[in-house]
Design a protein around this ligand. Sequence first.
Ligand code: UDX
Ligand code: UDX
Ligand code: ADP
Length: 480
Amino acid sequence: MVKICCIGAGYVGGPTMAVIALKCPDIEVAVVDISVPRITAWNSDQLPIYEPGLDDVVKQCRGKNLFFSTDVEKHVCEADIVFVSVNTPTKTRGLGAGKAADLTYWESAARMIADVSKSDKIVVEKSTVPVKTAEAIEKILTHNSKGINFQILSNPEFLAEGTAIEDLFKPDRVLIGGRETPGGQKAIQALKAVYAHWVPEENIITTNLWSAELSKLAANAFLAQRISSVNAMSALCEATGANVSQVAYAVGKDTRIGPKFLNASVGFGGSCFQKDILNLVYICECNGLPEVAEYWKQVIKINDYQKSRFVNRVVASMFNTVSNKKIAILGFAFKKDTGDTRETPAIDVCKGLLGDKACVSIYDPQVTEDQIQRDLTLNKFDWDHPLHLQPMSPTTVKQVSVVWDAYAATKDAHAVCILTEWDEFKSLDYKRIYDNMQKPAFVFDGRNVVDTEKLREIGFIVYSIGKPLDAWLKDMPAIA
Ligand code: UDX
Ligand code: UDX
Ligand code: ADP
């Protein structure tokens, strides 16, 4: 029986391994992590991450051919294939701070693999890492190998949160990069055989190591660029009276452009986009390509601009002051159907409003109060260090309250900001909300989920990203 071990039981490692176990009953899969609470949660009924369909998959395989354990060394030692899916934060200190990837966790995982291995292994890079990381890892492994043969593969994961299980069941493609040597090719075939249990052969792409590593950074940069492009258009739409949804629809009808990923928003979030682009920028700079670096940097600049534009719009509309005003925040996760808040635009928007002395009342169906308080007190880039290394009881922000329903959040509020596109926000009783709010009552829809006209009929002053402005908002222009 082939044995797989995955180091890192996070958003990527957990769901990916669960699906491999489900689709490959002949393979034994162990997911290991140094975090005891995380592994305990994976072994309980309350999984550590919320992902539609995940519970079901885990229930079907756990205890049969899927195991979660903190005994990292034992499972690595026994495995034929070791996936490494640890976190790769942005460096906060030293060379490349604020841009380069911090490979501390990766390096310590690699050294541990070299230490405990007694048989040949295929080591698979699963977390997104800078191009040429595989080469560095290969060096660590071979210089400490005691005669053991390690083959390094890059197999980046393209799943999106909220649809992880769907994406894993039917991936657009699986990408496997390896050395162009006979040993490298043999390793590629071994990993290909795992995915071939359920992925059609034509969707499994094989490349050299560097192409695989770079493709992942490139794919995320292209996706983020689409959002910054449509968000840049949204600002122009507001200035001209065009409607960004109409523009995006018309543009997306061109088959060369395509209709997906063109929703204007308060900004993109998530653990990947910003981090991977910063990483790409750093790599370009290190390779003497400042023009290319500058080009990609702009994608992040527009995203930051979009978030601050939103805050400015809120403040400007409310007579240039939100001091002591209650503002309801609906949605805190970085997108719907996940409880993940990493790099969520809600953090920047809330921090912006708090900076102007607002009192925010936050409701999100999946995010806990602890998480929100932690997010609003953490420094930039600190989020990607494992939870167990972070202080567990951060100072709470007094102007913040977290409530468990949208009606409590909006009661007596001056304004509502919708920051995540949860389906339930489409069907709230907005008349009831309006009746319980201060007047004038504002809705700032950062995800374009509400029916603007209907809300205006109720009496709200409504701002929707990239949509023609209310007369009120035209009179109070936001300065970005
Ligand atoms: C992304 C990539 O999609 C995935 O392939 C990669 O493996 C990891 O990074 P993820 O961050 O989980 O996945 O979610 P995604 O659906 O890409 O959304 C990222 C952010 O962009 C979210 O904040 C989302 O709300 C925002 N977004 C997305 C928009 O603002 N508009 C869109 O049209 C699409
Ligand atoms: C373009 C638009 O495609 C068309 O919809 C619009 O009405 C007018 O402008 P055109 O300039 O005639 O059409 O040709 P197009 O095929 O878009 O190519 C434009 C340039 O981009 C060419 O120099 C072409 O060689 C280049 N190109 C195109 C690339 O370098 N790479 C590509 O992948 C595609
Ligand atoms: P991703 O979104 O890429 O899956 P996460 O931060 O959710 O990233 O998960 C990474 C996991 O890797 C964390 O649970 C962390 O505890 C774990 N981890 C980091 N370093 C090691 C290590 N050396 N050995 C085992 N697990 C590790």
